[in-house]
Design a protein around this ligand. Structure first.
Ligand code: ADP
Ligand code: MG
Length: 535
């Protein structure tokens, strides 16, 4: 098996055994599958942790992505092998469900596969291994619950939330301003959260970015920012106490839906047609004015005539606003989306204290800020950064932080990071193995060993000897009965993760263990791979 790179620099995996054969059976199939899974895990291993490496991926059309996020790396890699695709799927599931821990889950699955390979070589049947892994994962799951701690927070004391978001951000490229970003993420989540129902609708948080400025200039806006400007340069740039008509109908004369033909053979006919058209525009603008709108936000464009008229009648307008944004604006301003001019009523208008246009840089780059809205439960995080790649990566990192904050609101249990929980689980699983009389106990022990892969990877990524570092910490766990010891990744001088404030969510860790075990079990149970040969 080999890892090769195509002409775009993207890694892909060549599995030698499959070059000639179209069918693999029994142990051969399992070994080939395990190798494919391990290869994917090996790629992500170096990205784990605060000192993890970043990957640069180039898409077929030349777009470059630089990222540290496991799910994104796998998503953009062109993986051909079916088993490798399962690993991609694994990382994606973690991303959907939890949002963070997407690298860790793949590294964990890779370690489990590696251990399984050894057991297979000893002659243990794959089903017994799968069962042993299942038992072990349940032990680890319960152990996590036991060592987790509840975190109390409320609207005034958000420090625990910020700390946890900071742990997530510390492994990203943006860790330079993790404090600012973590605070922004927490404020954003709290703004849209329903603490009573313990529910957060992340859709209400809009993340917008613009190249330019510094990362530190990233801000949270209690309102909506739209990457659009007023349709006419002479329209006012600042509207206070705006009453907004949110329209999905165009400022255009209506068009019959079926084929139509207009015969114009005289000047008079043309004149009437023109007047008719003008009257349409006029009526539309009048409708908006009648209900008291001071700003029109339109999903469609309108031609110069309408634009001129709007400007003339003193009704500022914004055109080509996307559907998602329109919905957010409607939520934030408490307005209704209106599909027909006839349906406009004063109650359907959205309200905002201030709508302003802000320009950026030296080009005609403008954005529209809608602030002091009637309903404060829609916010925008506005990212600034040196280049597009940075902004995209910041968006992804913020997504992780937002998810973590949301998870904590749903379930406020935390565990300590830096590999400390994995070591603690490993010890617990190892100890439990002796209680099982069957062959499964070998698999359970192997599971314990696989858990060590996370702290080992963390240690390796900061340039330590992995086995040495792990044994130091592990002995500390057993001797001092201290479950908070992990790998001191930032060289702070203590490996007590409680003192270092390195937290992760309990549900995130539990999900990692469950998902990794599931995938590995599935891979182990495949004993026949039939693929189309020569085509
Ligand atoms: P993932 O995509 O799995 O979240 P990360 O690259 O974010 O991967 O790395 C997460 C791992 O790094 C976790 O095991 C976490 O405990 C660890 N980690 C994060 N920050 C620190 C830190 N400051 N010190 C030690 N370990 C840390
Ligand atoms: Mg992370």
């Amino acid at each position: 098996m080999a890892l090769a790179f195509d002409e775009y620099g993207r890694p892909f995996i060549i599995i030698k055994e499959q070059e000639q054969k179209s069918r693999l059976r029994g142990l051969d199939a399992q070994k080939a599958n395990i190798n494919a899974g391990k290869a994917v895990a090996r790629i992500l291993r170096t990205s784990l942790g605060p000192k993890g490496m970043d990957k640069m991926l180039q898409s077929p059309d030349g777009d470059v992505t630089i990222t540290n996020d496991g799910a994104t790396i796998l998503e953009q890699m062109d993986v051909d092998n079916q088993i490798a695709k399962l690993m991609v799927e694994l990382s994606r599931s973690q991303d959907y469900e939890i949002g963070d821990g997407t690298t860790g889950v793949v590294v964990m699955a890779g370690a489990l596969l590696e251990q399984a390979e050894k057991l297979l070589e000893c002659g243990i049947h794959p089903i017994r291994i799968a069962e042993g892994y299942e038992m072990a994962s349940r032990i680890a799951f319960e152990h996590l619950e036991r060592i987790s701690q509840k975190f109390d927070f409320n609207k005034t004391n958000v420090d625990p939330l910020v700390q946890t978001c900071m742990t997530t951000l510390s492994s990203k490229i943006v860790n330079r301003c993790k404090q600012t970003l973590a605070e922004i993420a927490v404020k954003a989540v709290l703004a849209v959260a329903d603490l009573e129902r313990k529910d957060v609708n992340l859709d209400l948080i809009k993340v917008e970015g613009k190249v330019g400025g510094k990362l530190e200039d990233t801000e949270l806006i209690h309102g909506i920012v739209v990457d659009k400007d007023m349709s006419h340069p002479q329209m006012p740039k600042r509207i206070e106490d705006a009453k907004i008509a949110i329209l999905t109908c165009p400022f255009e004369p209506p068009k019959p839906k079926t084929k139509h033909k207009v015969d114009i053979d005289t000047v008079e006919k043309f004149q009437t047609l023109r007047q008719q058209e003008q009257k349409y525009f006029d009526d539309m603008v009048q409708k908006c004015k009648d209900v008291g709108a001071t700003l029109v936000i339109c999903q469609w464009g309108f031609d110069d005539e309408a634009n001129h008229l709007l400007m003339h009648r003193n009704l500022p307008a914004v055109r080509w606003v996307g559907g998602v944004e329109l919905e957010l604006i409607a939520i934030a301003t408490g307005g209704r989306i209106v599909p027909r001019f006839q349906e406009l009523t004063p109650e359907k208008l959205g309200r905002a204290g201030l709508v302003r246009e802000k320009s950026f840089g030296t080009t005609k780059d403008r954005m529209l800020y809608i602030e002091q809205c009637a309903n404060s439960r829609a916010v925008t995080i506005f990212i600034r950064g040196g280049n597009k790649m940075m902004i995209e990566e910041t968006k992804r990192s913020l997504h992780d932080a937002l998810c973590v904050a949301r998870n904590l609101i749903r379930n406020n249990s935390i565990v300590y990071g830096g590999g400390s929980v994995e070591i603690s689980c490993s010890i617990a699983v190892e100890a439990a193995a002796d209680r099982y009389p069957g062959v499964e106990q070998y698999a359970i022990r192997s599971f314990a060993e696989a858990l060590d892969a996370i702290p080992m990877a963390l240690a390796e990524n900061i340039g330590l000897q992995p086995i040495e570092a792990l044994s130091v910490v592990k002995s500390q766990h057993i001797k001092e009965k201290n479950p908070f010891c992990g790998i001191d990744c930032n060289d702070i001088g203590t490996n007590n993760m409680q003192e270092q404030n390195v937290f992760e969510t309990l549900i995130g860790k539990q999900q990692q263990i469950l998902l990794a075990t599931q995938v590995v079990k599935m891979i182990l149970k495949i004993d026949d791979v039939i693929s189309p040969s020569d085509y």
